[in-house]
Design a protein around this ligand. Sequence first.
Ligand code: PLP
Length: 398
Amino acid sequence: MAKLNENYLDLKDSYLFSEIAHRVNAYSAANPDKKIIRLGIGDVTRPLSPEVIEGLHKGVDDMASSDTFKGYGPEQGYEFLRNAIVDYYNRNCVNIDAKEVFISDGAKSDTGNITDLFDKDNVILIPDPVYPVYVDTNTMNGRKITYINANAENNFLPMPDPNVHADIIYICSPNNPTGAAYNKEQLKVWVDYALANDAIILYDSAYECFITDPELPKSIFAIEGAKKCAIEFCSLSKTAGFTGTRCGYTIVPMDLKVMTSRGVEMSLNAMWNRRQSTKFNGVSYIVQSGAAAVFTEEGMAQCKANVAYYQENAKIIAECFAKKGIRYYGGVNSPYIWFECPNGMESWEFFDYLLNEVQVVGTPGAGFGENGKYFFRLTGFGSRENTLEAVARIEKLL
Ligand code: PLP
């Protein structure tokens, strides 16, 4: 009889978005005349920018001619895109090498796949609340997880406890779901802690494009010492609207080396290269051609304009909570607004209240972990019109 990976039995049901859909569908069936506004989604709504569309078209045209046709590409990504990403980092004052850049089909895959490089027997430190992929992918591998509390007391930016050891540390900044973002000093404390513990930081910077405050680093590699202890995952999903087009990248520094139990030093860059070359055949040339257009001057300006649109939405939502004296996080340097449910309500109770009273859909914090039980997430990814209408309704209600 085939023996299964029984760690899957330990996974918690991922019912968050299906439960939201279920409740919204039931409400809408009972109230067909009511207009529901969805501000719970973590997906973008604006179309790809013209430069990216042109890049994609160029990719398609190249595939149509035998001179420029591309078959299997390099598993790590085409040089033209890896170099464009190196330039992007350089413009943000971070030096990386093209050999450290691995093009992927998105940060979800890579944050999950990176677990291939690590033994089952590691202390995995994950903040609560959190993007659920980190928890589930480690559970699938049978790893035990140590949670670190992100809560109102630490402004949802937990710092390491020097008395607690960790081997692998997940950090997402700006954070999904809380919108909180670490500054340089705070990240330096994490880097120093990782170096002292011989630990590796898995740094998810999927929302770096939302950072406007110069004190908040867009990359962990802006922090001294990080190249010896961190891997960074990034995505074009939010930067350039690639949620459906699929492209991201992972930076694995050459300096990142770990001594094995056999006394051999292993390079994580070489391991990741081997892992990707074995299990992944690269991102489509057409998509990479579109992705390269994100990093041109014109492409960057167009993508930034879309991000600015979402940032303005987030600001409009945040201002509503500020006006109402409701404690909130994010809304600036992040598309997410994370707030305490009023009157001590639990997040699912508040979800129903918001849906029933003003037909606005958000995401209950409980779906992201224990510490989200009394919190709620709204996003700036809707249209301006819907955002303004939702805010007007919420303002009247609260
Ligand atoms: N990391 C975080 C924190 C996210 O919130 C998301 C998407 O919502 C991802 C990664 C996934 O990104 P991608 O679309 O590149 O797979």
